[in-house]
Write a protein that binds this ligand. Structure first.
Ligand code: FRU
Length: 491
């Protein structure tokens, strides 16, 4: 199938029910299909949108092109959960197609307002010369999950930004609402954070760009997201074309964060003690993460596990990508920690202590498990996940808790190759001569590695034969470690 522009943007009604069933069947029969991660029921999934708690349930929507593994006409698909772990997919909630979102209901956020959930999103429009226009739009969702669009744009792009103006995050600050929007300045073609203010969601005051000391943000900022974690404002976003001297990264585009001391909404100024940008995730595949301050007092984060402009092996099965687990956030010494939510334990089916003095730790993982592994200090070694037990085949985790202190994830010897242009290893530094604590979730084709209590996270996709089911060290070991293997159920 050649995905022409016409095919990507034709109305959903042009596809038959049979087309959709075939696509859904391709996902459900895929060996790569995740068991406890939100994934598309058909076609492509990208950014998480509208992460919120409303009407006694958690809500997440995701960007979807349900008809193939490509970025086409986007809608929002709705998922709900009681515990942030078991998610139910309710199908498409927000359809594109009117004059303000004819070419896609793009990313956005949600806020509970009175007894409804207000969705704020970007309407993507192309004219006949394929010139893009972006509108910031609204929609109300009631307690029956019925959505009614606001029929006029909330915000139209000011003349000093280009057509790249999207991904509003609606924030409530005292009695006012603010929208944080990713934009590209027309004069400099650089990425900026636009700020708007409103009392009534109808009249919006343009407060200009947020003033900050973070330096050059590249040519575009996507998915800006402000969340308060342990009383500190944390700004999470996706700068495209970020200079390597500001933050070196191997990924095509990074997802980054910075911890501030205050965002002054009166003046639109970001204050921080440092101007440091950090990678939100040190793995290969995290983008467009969205965090929310929840009514339970916690801050939670969820990420798209996928990157723009990269082909993944599941594309040939006509589907692509998944969302990460939900992660609870905390800040320690201006560093963001990401921790799996406690309800993950409800997926546990059986737990076994890891054997000592053996090369193979688990023979048949079923590829859906949690591995808790504490490696003692002053050792080096190589742990293989999805190993066939015969060689170095597998997802390699090379560790050094000795003089250097590092963890390297190497996906060059595990199944189908992809995105090799961006390198096949990722490395994090850890404290030398210290214990290394790993909490790893493997779900068929996705792996999330939480390091030292979530101080660093490495998330990645890998596409290995499901017959490679061992967890093993690459050599007969005399290593010192402790831990357990927990078989997990479907969500
Ligand atoms: C990020 C992004 C957003 C946009 C959406 C469209 O992945 O490009 O900026 O709103 O995806 O699906």
């Amino acid at each position: 199938m050649i995905w022409t522009r016409e095919k990507r943007y034709q109305p959903y009604s042009a596809y038959s029910e049979a087309d959709k069933e075939t696509l859904a069947e391709q996902v459900s029969s895929s060996v790569y299909k995740p068991a406890f991660h939100i994934h598309p029921t058909s076609g492509l999934l990208n950014d998480p949108n509208g992460f919120s708690y409303f009407n006694g349930q958690w809500h997440i929507f995701y960007q979807a092109f349900p008809f193939g593994p490509v970025h086409g006409l986007k809608s929002w698909v709705h998922c709900v959960s009681d515990d942030l772990v078991h998610w139910h997919n309710l199908g498409i909630a927000l359809n594109p197609g009117n004059q303000y979102d004819s070419h896609g209901a793009y990313s956005g956020s949600a806020q509970v307002i009175n007894d409804k959930l207000f969705l704020m999103y970007t309407g993507n429009v192309r004219d006949k010369n394929w010139q893009r226009r972006s509108y910031q739009l609204g929609a109300w969702m009631d307690e029956n999950n019925q959505i009614t669009k606001v029929n006029q744009p909330l915000i139209t792009a000011p003349d000093y930004v280009t057509e790249h103006f999207r991904d509003p995050q609606l924030l409530k600050v005292n009695d006012e609402y603010f929208a944080l929007i990713g934009s590209q300045d027309k004069q400099n073609l650089r990425g900026e954070f636009s700020l708007y203010k409103t009392q009534d969601l109808k009249n919006w005051e343009d407060m200009g760009y947020i003033k900050h000391n973070l330096g050059d943000m590249g040519y575009m900022v996507e998915c800006p997201n402000l969340v308060y974690v342990d009383d500190k404002p944390v700004l999470i976003f996706c700068p495209q074309g970020l200079p390597q001297n500001i933050l070196p990264t191997d990924n095509i585009y990074p997802n980054v964060y910075t911890v501030g001391s205050n965002l002054d909404f009166k003046t639109g100024t970001w204050y921080s003690d440092t101007s440091t940008l950090m990678q939100l995730d040190a793995g290969f595949d995290v983008y467009a993460s969205q965090a929310v301050n929840a009514p339970d007092g916690q801050a939670y984060l969820i990420s798209w596990v996928g990157l723009p402009e990269i082909n993944y092996p599941s594309d040939k099965e006509n589907w692509a990508h998944c969302l990460s687990l939900v992660k609870r956030l905390k800040v320690v010494d201006n560093k963001l920690y990401q921790i799996p939510v406690t309800a993950m334990s409800t997926l546990a089916v059986a737990e076994q202590t890891l054997p000592q003095n053996q090369q193979v730790l688990v023979t048949d993982t079923k590829q859906q498990y949690e591995l808790k592994l504490d490696l003692d200090s002053n050792q080096t070694g190589n742990l293989l996940l999805a190993s066939d037990g015969t060689s170095d085949n597998g997802l390699q985790l090379q560790f050094d808790t000795n003089n250097e202190g590092y963890l390297i994830v190497d996906r060059s010897n595990v199944g189908e190759k992809f995105a090799t242009k961006y390198g096949e290893t990722r490395k994090v530094n850890v404290n030398p001569h210290k214990k290394l604590s790993l909490d790893i979730f493997v779900d068929h084709s996705i792996c999330e590695i939480f390091i030292n209590g979530g101080e660093q996270v490495m998330t990645l996709r890998f596409f290995a034969p499901q017959t490679q089911t061992m967890i093993a060290f690459s050599e007969q070991n005399t290593l010192k470690y402790s831990g357990s293997y927990i078989l997990l159920s479907d969500m």
